[in-house]
Design a protein around this ligand. Structure first.
Ligand code: SAM
Length: 218
């Protein structure tokens, strides 16, 4: 398993991605992005998008929601701010630079926290999950979508090989689901409520955690 990516690598990589991100990653990741946003919309209310990037997901929400977005990388955020400035996304309330490892929001601020193609890239995924968990309300959801490690066979071998080659690009194709599951098992009031491979090819997996209304017995 390759080590977690570090923050400066991510900032540099996504500053390079920013000018071409929508054209390259828009179509490739659209199914995953839409599935995560649909899940969040079904839950509704105040939604935090962690690693909001250029704001490609703004189209996937509507006026039944109130979106706040954070991201580490200023050039990505500039693109998101440009989308907001068109006036087409009145449901997007605030988008700002913030590290997901140490969010400035009060406990239990949001009904849902969404992270699309982010959790495998952050410097400390467990810390980011715990921050997401802290800022979501009891009864609320953390919704992740990502490509996760295939674990076995040719696909796993390709992902291990690609992990070395794509690291400098801020990509990480071999992050295991077991790590997300272990975080939930170690967190008293978090439960895994969904793990679903998305059509058409099952390349992306949607993972949902709920913050239980009251801490569960150990
Ligand atoms: C692959 S992009 C996904 C962007 C967007 N969610 C989407 O689906 O198009 C990953 C984003 O996560 C952001 N990111 C990585 N680490 C972060 C952190 N610690 N805090 C906030 N954002 C972070 C990157 O800057 C980048 O914009």
């Amino acid at each position: 398993m390759t080590p977690d990516l570090d923050k400066s690598l991510i900032e540099t990589a996504y500053a390079r991605w920013a000018p071409i991100y929508d054209a390259v990653c828009g179509p490739v990741m659209v199914k995953g992005r839409r599935a995560a946003a649909a899940e969040a919309r079904a839950h509704g209310g105040k939604i935090l998008e962690v690693g909001v990037g250029t704001g490609l997901s703004f189209d996937d929400y509507d006026a039944t929601t109130e979106i706040t977005g954070i991201d580490l990388c200023e050039p990505m955020l500039e693109k998101a701010h440009a989308k907001m400035a068109t006036g087409r996304y009145p449901w997007v309330k605030d988008v700002r630079q913030m590290d997901a490892h140490a969010m400035e929001f009060a406990d239990a601020t949001f009904d849902c926290v969404v992270a699309q193609f982010v959790i495998t890239l952050v410097a400390n995924p467990e810390q980011v999950l715990s921050e997401c968990h802290r800022v979501v309300k009891p009864g609320g959801r953390i919704i992740l979508v990502n490509h996760l490690y295939s674990e076995v066979g040719v696909a796993a071998a390709v992902e291990r090989w690609a992990a070395q080659k794509t690291r400098a690009l801020g990509l990480r194709p071999e992050f295991p689901f077991a790590r997300l599951q272990a975080w939930a098992q170690a967190t008293s009031d978090a439960i895994l409520v969904e793990r679903r491979k998305l059509k058409p090819f099952g390349i992306y997996t949607l993972v949902c955690f709920e913050r239980t209304p009251t801490p569960m017995a150990a």
